[in-house]
Write a protein that binds this ligand. Structure first.
Ligand code: MG
Length: 356
């Protein structure tokens, strides 16, 4: 079997509610859907969800990168995933989302060819993945109300965006804890603090039973991250500081994090995500799989990854909930709040009419 062509199409949808984190706000869902076609008629779907603040990519740069990459991949066997990643890395450095879209489509093809769902193709044996739900930065009263509504709708884990205004962050956690007394709470500061500030916040968050603080300091500051991790009463998670297996190794060496947040869009897809997971596991660091503003295609891939690996202990795969009923893509899994139930269809099991 050979790769015969790669199509990429941009999708834009206005979000019902702006999504705000300490790095900025997102008003639209923007993604690039990818279809990889083989000479045997088998095809696979992938999705790139670039987030310029984090990966430095936009939909336009993704489409451009894919046009370069696709020339180099035409004629290769989709099962040659190692050679394909090396080829992609030679064509262009970084561009994680563009590479992830192709990688996901190739895993869709490989698992379809094998006649098994992707999570089984990856070695997984259980198909249920519980996700948390994210509360973006807003008026603390609104965030508190959201926590109540989400808990009532069945979510047991909430991830709270912080790292903006100190007083507002603390007012929000106070209301959220009151409104969701039993919820597993995680904080994500998205690089919003300096190390000393991060420690002060960690100590203030301690009494609320917060389970982890994600990316408290700037992505580049691994020493700062290690400092916070050494002194924080709450476990520290690395997100924007970890794009590659080499980043995971450096984090492990510096003992800079207790948990690593893997995202397909940062690392370039499932193949590299598994490598990060292995490095982390070897160092005794568990992982979470998170997401950008991703729809069903990338979320189905992320959930299959979670289901396949026991070192992935948490899933933050909630972005598709916003996009339900928009019919961008269907299948892949059923969502029984808060559990993503992966289906029995071979491959990702996802369909889209975008390429018709
Ligand atoms: Mg994060």
């Amino acid at each position: 079997m050979k790769i015969a062509g790669i199509e990429a199409k941009k999708v834009v949808l206005p979000l019902a509610k702006e999504f705000r984190i300490s790095l900025g706000a997102v008003a639209n869902f923007e993604a690039v859907f990818v279809k990889v076609i083989t000479d045997e008629g088998l095809f696979g779907y992938g999705e790139a969800s670039p987030f310029a603040y984090v990966t430095g990519e936009t939909c336009e740069t993704v489409i451009d990168a894919i046009s370069y990459i696709s020339k180099a991949l035409t004629g290769l066997d989709p099962f040659s995933i190692e050679a394909i990643h090396r080829t992609m890395d030679r064509v262009t450095a970084r561009n994680g989302s563009a590479k992830a879209a192709i990688d996901i489509a190739l895993y869709d093809i490989m698992s379809k060819a094998a006649g098994v769902p992707l999570y089984k193709f990856l070695g997984g044996s259980q198909s249920n993945v519980e996700t948390d739900m994210t509360i973006s930065i807003d008026d603390p009263q609104i965030m508190g109300q959201e926590a109540k509504d989400l808990s009532n709708s069945g979510f047991r884990m909430l991830k709270i965006k912080a790292g903006g205004n100190r007083e507002a962050d603390l007012e929000a956690i106070d209301l959220i804890r009151k409104n969701a007394p039993n919820a597993h709470l995680k904080i994500d500061a998205n690089q919003g603090w300096k190390p000393a500030q991060a420690l002060e916040m960690a100590r203030a968050y301690e009494k609320y039973g917060v389970q982890s603080i994600e990316q408290p300091v700037p992505a580049w500051d691994l020493d700062g991250l290690a400092y916070v991790r050494r002194h924080s009463p709450i476990p520290i998670m690395a997100d924007e500081s970890c794009f590659t297996p080499q980043d995971a190794f450096k984090i492990a060496k510096l003992e800079a994090a207790d948990i690593i947040n893997i995202k397909l869009m940062k690392c370039g897809g499932i193949y590299r995500a598994l490598q990060i997971c292995s490095v982390a596991e070897s160092a005794g660091i568990p992982c979470m799989v998170g997401c950008m503003m991703e729809s069903r295609i990338a979320i189905a891939a992320g959930a299959a990854l979670v289901a396949s690996h026991p070192n992935i202990i948490l899933a933050d795969l909630d972005s598709f909930v916003e996009l339900e009923n928009k019919n961008l893509a269907t299948g892949g899994f059923e969502f029984d709040t808060p559990v993503i139930k992966l289906g029995d269809a071979s491959g990702l099991g996802v369909e889209t009419r975008l390429f018709e």
